[in-house]
Design a protein around this ligand. Structure first.
Ligand code: 1GP
Length: 227
């Protein structure tokens, strides 16, 4: 449907957070390759539907990054399914996904489902605590990337620093391991310079929080990476 292979830039909107319509319009018209709807806490069917129906007035592809089963609804172009590779609990890698497939397996459109191997690198991020992660060393992160590519054949490996700007050296090292699996980087991108830096290594960069904190600067990250 869409050529994700060519995507470079994505905005992530948190359905639990308020955003002005005017800014939302600019996000939708920014030229970003897609908008991910996703968050950690207080993601409900109500706030997901609200955001979806607003974004749907535009042509930009819209993805639901599934954080809980209750908030899943039809109408998105894709559903990204996080599998947290550095969680201490198998639950976050496999079991909650399994539960969902037990319940909805008959009606899932598999062409819309896209798995993401998550490697969460910021110990202060909500999602790190929520999914009971262990902080990976560079060596660990590289091994997760190799497993994502060679053992699991995942379409995406997501280096997640949510809330803080990450280590470009590590992102570069991780990228060197990946050929088929695409690398997503997210975390702390607030300026076009940071976007450019991470886009040297990551196939796709994700900008989230900055849209709420300093939308004017955040919007500039699109042109910085899509030349
Ligand atoms: C969060 O990776 C995204 O899942 C983006 O991170 O909110 O820090 O930009 P920020």
């Amino acid at each position: 449907m869409y050529n994700m292979e060519e995507w470079k830039h994505v905005f992530k909107l948190d359905p639990a957070k308020d955003i002005d319509d005017e800014i939302l319009d600019q996000v939708c018209e920014s030229g970003t390759d897609a908008i991910i709807v996703g968050g950690t806490d207080n993601v409900t069917l109500d706030n997901v539907l609200q955001l979806l129906s607003y974004i749907r007035r535009y042509t930009v592809p819209v993805i639901l990054e599934i954080s809980n089963i209750e908030s899943v609804t039809p109408g998105f172009d894709y559903y990204f399914v996080p599998m947290v590779m550095n969680s201490k609990e198998k639950r976050w890698m496999m079991d909650i996904q399994h539960e969902a497939v037990v319940e909805y397996g008959d009606i899932i459109n598999w062409d819309e489902m896209v798995a993401e191997g998550y490697c969460i690198m910021n110990p202060n991020a909500k999602v790190f605590k929520h999914t009971n992660c262990i902080l990976p060393t560079e060596e660990d992160a590289i091994a997760h990337a190799r497993m994502a590519e060679h053992l699991f054949h995942l379409p995406f490996f997501y280096v997640e620093y949510s809330g803080t700007y990450g280590d470009p050296h590590l992102v570069k090292k991780v990228k060197e391991q990946l050929n088929e699996t695409k690398l997503i980087y997210g975390g702390g991108i607030t300026t076009k310079e940071e976007a450019e830096e991470m886009a040297q290594f990551a196939d796709i960069i994700v900008v989230g929080n900055a849209l709420y904190d300093n939308p004017k600067e955040a919007l500039k990250t699109v042109k910085a990476v899509k030349k």
